[in-house]
Design a protein around this ligand. Sequence first.
Ligand code: 5AD
Ligand code: SF4
Length: 431
Amino acid sequence: MKKFLYIQTLGCAMNVRDSEHIIAELKNQNYELTNDINIADLILINTCSVREKPVHKLFSEIGAFDKVRKAGSKIGVCGCTASHLGAEIFRRAPFVDFVLGARNVSKISQAVQTPKFISTDINYDESEFAFGEFRGSPYKSYINIMIGCDKKCSYCIVPQTRGDELSIPAKIILDEARRSAARGAKEIFLLGQNVNNYGKRFSNAHEKIDFSDLLVRLSEIEGIERIRFTSPHPLHMDDKFLEVFSSNSKICKSMHMPLQSGSTKVLRDMRRGYTKEWFLDRALKLRDLCPDVSISTDIIVAYPTESEADFADTIDVLKQVKFEQVFSFKFSPRPHTPAQNLALIDDKVASARLSYLQGLHNEILDEIMSAQVGRGHEVYFEELRENNQVAGRSFSNFLVCVNGSEELLGRTLNVKIEKAARMALYGKVTL
Ligand code: 5AD
Ligand code: SF4
């Protein structure tokens, strides 16, 4: 008998891919996706625990689910918060039917069938599991290339939720990419916590291959036109990687370089493994090799040891690199991390630093976006928007909207930019 599945995904692209894997497994159990929670037989939330806010969100969301669910339905909590809170979720929300940690996704069918099932082994090895096929988008395919994280950044909970780093064998990745091209998706998006550390450890004996060589092999697959990836680590941005990135015509010219702090002292306290100078050297070399590149970053402000002078270093890096996109956060103490018990910076000071940094970045962004007016961008259209607009990404990752309809979807077309806003560019298709 057909059953309905409602799934909400919080957090990063890795969670999006985990949700696709969950949906694929449950489709084999006769579940069909629905957006209507009232008719769902199974309600899932795939959670994030990177900061405190999304954890609060979990409990408010499942409380709301419990009120509107139909009789006999089940509620499951999956993902990073499932890993880190485990059985505490049953105590705080006794109506929850199962708890399934990140990296335990392949056990979803068992979880649904077993009362009060819980599995949160953060080193469970799914690196060679043959998941079924489900993709949220016909135009691009997320592909996991590694699981877990071997870094020990002092603020970060992820090693406690996703375990040690394991690379997925190249053969599995290349086969998945070939299947993706065969279904007509022109873009692949490679996922991992530290993608440019790919190939350091596999769970069985496999061909040794590094990230740069993996990119080259993927770019040789016919039908794949665009390759993106997230997240690379600034520490592992060696010359070979920057050169392959810049010269390979299928690799989209958009690089995520998570800075976290511009102060060498704070970077040391955070155990990031690089200095301000190293980061600047890599970012400026990248701009040099690849003038069209967009660089995005993540920044944590008000890390407990951050002085005004340290914050000024972060601002200095922001001004020098002129990132196209900045994701910035106030430090949020996370359980099981070395920075958990450090004395916090006064919240007013933290908020002031965050809004100063965001204000400055808005000025930089306005300059970057208005400089696009009059330029041409190759846009791969993926999404219908309101008011007869179609949206896609430029090769360098700008969001670009044009007037049009379905027939643009899945096509890569040249667009002349006519108008710029902070978050998007607007233009006309040129033939
Ligand atoms: N507090 C604030 N931000 C954090 N991030 C990770 N851990 C924390 C934390 N404890 C941010 C980092 C990371 C992004 C995904 O989330 O900037 O790159
Ligand atoms: Fe993704 Fe990190 Fe959130 Fe887990 S904790 S979902 S890895 S952002």
